[in-house]
Design a protein around this ligand. Structure first.
Ligand code: SIN
Ligand code: CO
Length: 373
């Protein structure tokens, strides 16, 4: 892979080998001339409606306060030390989506969202650490970042947000628009706005094994197949009627141990799980969908795109889209993998698509999962 200015002229492979999960990287001019992608009106609209997840963080006389959106209103612009944070901006704006997708040298299953924060002078969310990797791209004004590798991650108790009790930074940088700072998980940091400031966080996700385990057992509950019922033709009379018979226990242990999880079960679960839309994502299909025939003709001319909100993944012969899985043939796999990786199909690729794929594409189009180009 070639060197990316976005990563400070190193290749994604070098970045992953030397920095990812390991140490911070400051990239001056990662995106030269970068400007905010949304104006304040559009950003405020997201925070004051229930579409996007948002928060307002203030620090008044040393008191941290956090309000969850939808926010009724914002503090005055001439009030210092407040921050508005809007999560998942990529779902609402094409340019924000395109920015997030510049980070696709990391698999979609790990990429989370683009969060935008706006702060007035002195604003920030306090010294803290995050559990996931993050790229902090300066979008407007300046922010001073203090960071440090400390192991003591004790938090101040009783606050509405995570604040490190003993923050000991060992480096400081002032970021200008277009500069970007990568931080690995659990790296302590504090970003303070110098004048009005916007920072874009490119965030990642990693499921916890506990949440996966719980989800997997629920998933398997629908598919386990254990025929037969317990029987005890050799039952003997008991003087301890309340005791569970040993034979009953040992037989049932043996039967329960027949529950086996194959790698394929786990693949299907994982693909469905990782492609499941977030709770606040809703799809709307076209108001007046084209007929199947018209859809195929138009798609052949204009091509198809995945909706910004669609998460499409695959592994082996399984394709996953928005929480659903499909086992596909070798030929269909080529078309669907192309759609998943490039998030688009042109007329030529559609010309190769089987009837099964065209049927699925039409359903996804009427559901709002894909759009005509
Ligand atoms: C911010 O943008 O204000 C906070 C981002 C972070 O520290 O993770
Ligand atoms: Co953070």
């Amino acid at each position: 892979m070639k060197k990316l200015p976005l990563l400070g002229d190193i290749t994604p492979a070098q970045f992953l080998r030397d920095y990812w999960h390991k140490k911070p990287l400051l990239i001056r001019n990662a995106i030269p001339g970068f400007k905010p992608l949304l104006n304040m009106e559009a950003l405020t609209k997201l925070a004051t409606t229930n579409h996007a997840e948002s928060r307002l963080v203030t620090n008044v006389d040393g008191q941290w306060n956090m309000q969850h959106g939808p926010l009724e209103s914002l503090p005055p612009m001439d009030q210092k030390e407040w921050t508005m944070l809007v999560q998942g901006v990529n779902l609402f704006d094409a340019k924000a989506d395109a920015l997030l997708r510049q980070f696709r040298f990391i698999p979609d299953a790990r990429l989370d969202d683009l969060m935008v924060s706006f702060a007035t002078d002195g604003g920030g969310v306090g010294p803290h650490f995050d559990s996931y990797d993050v790229f902090l791209l300066q979008a407007q004004g300046q922010r001073r970042w203090s960071i440090g590798p400390q192991k003591d991650l004790t938090l101040v108790e009783g606050l509405p947000l995570k604040i490190l009790a003993n923050f000991k930074p060992n480096e400081e940088f002032v970021l200008n628009p277009g500069d970007m700072l990568y931080l690995p998980p659990h790296y302590a940091h504090d970003g303070i706005a110098i004048g009005d400031c916007q920072t874009y966080s490119i965030g990642f996700r990693a499921p916890s094994y506990q949440e996966l385990g719980e989800g997997f057992l629920q998933f398997m509950a629908d598919s386990i197949d254990l025929p037969g019922i317990y029987a005890d033709p050799d039952l003997e009379a008991t003087a301890k009627p309340a005791e569970i018979p040993r034979h009953m226990l040992s037989t049932i242990v043996e039967e329960m141990n027949k529950v086996r999880f194959t790698e394929e079960d786990i693949t299907i679960f994982l693909g469905e799980y990782m492609s499941e839309p977030k709770h606040n994502v809703f799809f709307t299909g076209p108001a007046k969908p084209l007929t199947v025939g018209k859809f195929a003709d138009t798609a052949a001319k204009k091509g198809l795109l995945l909706s910004r909100k669609t998460q499409m993944l695959y592994r082996g012969k399984h394709v996953f889209i928005n929480g659903e899985s499909f086992g596909v043939s070798r030929a269909d796999k080529v078309t669907l993998e192309l759609l998943a990786n490039t998030r688009a199909l042109d007329g030529a690729a559609l010309g190769q698509a089987s009837d099964d794929v065209m049927d699925a594409l039409y359903t996804w189009y009427t559901d709002g999962w894909i759009e005509l180009g």
